[in-house]
Write a protein that binds this ligand. Sequence first.
Ligand code: KIV
Ligand code: ZN
Length: 505
Amino acid sequence: MNNDKIIIFDTTLRDGEQSPGASMNTEEKIRIARQLERLNVDVMEVGFAAASRGDFDAIHQIAKQASNASICSLARAVDGDIKAAGEAIAPAKNRRIHTFIATSPIHMEFKLKMSPDEVIRRAVRAVEYAKTFCDDVEFSCEDACRSEMSFLKEICDAAINAGAKTINIPDTVGYLYPEEITARIGEMVKFINGRAVVSVHNHNDLGLATANSLAAIKAGARQVECTLNGIGERAGNAALEEIVMAIKTRSDVFAPLYTDIVYKEIYPSSRLLAGIIGIEPQPNKAIVGKNAFAHESGIHQDGVLKHKETYEIISAESIGLDKNSLILGKHSGRHAFKDKLVSLGFELEDSALNEAFEKFKALADKKKEVFDDDLRALVTSEIIKIPEVFEFLTLTQSSCNKGLSSAAITLRHADEIKSDAALGNGTADAIFKVIDRLSGINGVLKDYKVNAVSQGKDALANVVVKVEFNGKTVIGHGLDIDTMTASAKAYVGALNSYVKISATK
Ligand code: KIV
Ligand code: ZN
């Protein structure tokens, strides 16, 4: 085993997707998975196969398309979960089942209602059964960081003897601080003594997930579980970009340890995820936040102009944020357009490329300069979208600052063109009411966000809505120069997503 390489186990599509509002449809998951391959993660945990038909299908589709990365599904230590995981990942060249059971006294007593001996028996059975589907099995002790050390050793020993190749020690509730992680992981590494890879999985409840992951690496862990932009349950998981850039930037501390991550894909990966789930990293988020490379104060600007390293320990270019990148306009040709999309990580088939080019031309007619973020948003919202059962055609609106507003909308549904109009408390309310009426499906708006995609008064509006239809919450995106048109497109997008999910259930 190469003891210098840190295995990057990305769980954006599993633990990350568990964060409120971050759920994705199959097409969106496939897009993220393709980008994770470009980023060159070693393992991607792409879902929890037993959770739903939709999760199973998404894992299966990704497994069919994966090339190098190992495709992993999570499974509780129960036969049904493991079977679903094994079947879902079956088409992948490299595959892994990740099975887990809780090991802390509080979880065993109150959640599992099982004795420690029973928990060990379940763990052993789970690993043995998982081995019948694939050789690469990971075993996790949920809430390991509040578990008794002696019990942790006993159960990990049993899991290794049953065939587990990776032992994961998660800090499920983000409780420990770095020195405690160093001690705990150091002791487990010594105990396991090379019989399995020791992995860590830190949650960020106290803002320590990255620090704890790095402490674990220094203590001998050789796999880190993390997510793009640090998304995940509650305060999130350890952020992939922070961990890998810390290992790279502080090679004086970490060498000879390294990762195989392609750094230039970090920023495109972060943007793609944020665009799809409609959750922007906080502006001051390390590495990928909007302000991570912005110098506001005069003293800092002066220093950076004289010598970049005065205030920059990482270059923006190294993570793929090209501040001087070519801006396209209405005279840009198809070739430059295609090259630009490829550089942004979008390799479209001919028909999608033609459609994107037409939309780009229409946009460039309205907007002088088309920035990278405009193109990312255009492709994410307008080209790579789920099949449109309902297609938005037109919107006529009138707003009134002292009374009701109105909206008239035309949609295509199958081969039928349908129009209707409604009044509302504000134009957006009127728009959503008409769409409900036209589709016959009532939605409850849970969240509405509008972002200017790039700079300038003519910036594109990117609207993200979260809508609940019949108890199921889905996300929709809409992009347009006009904010209300973008809102209508976003709502129709959410509706299509709901129709698609309902059809696969
Ligand atoms: O946080 C956690 O403990 C997990 C396990 C399932 C690995 O996500
Ligand atoms: Zn977790």
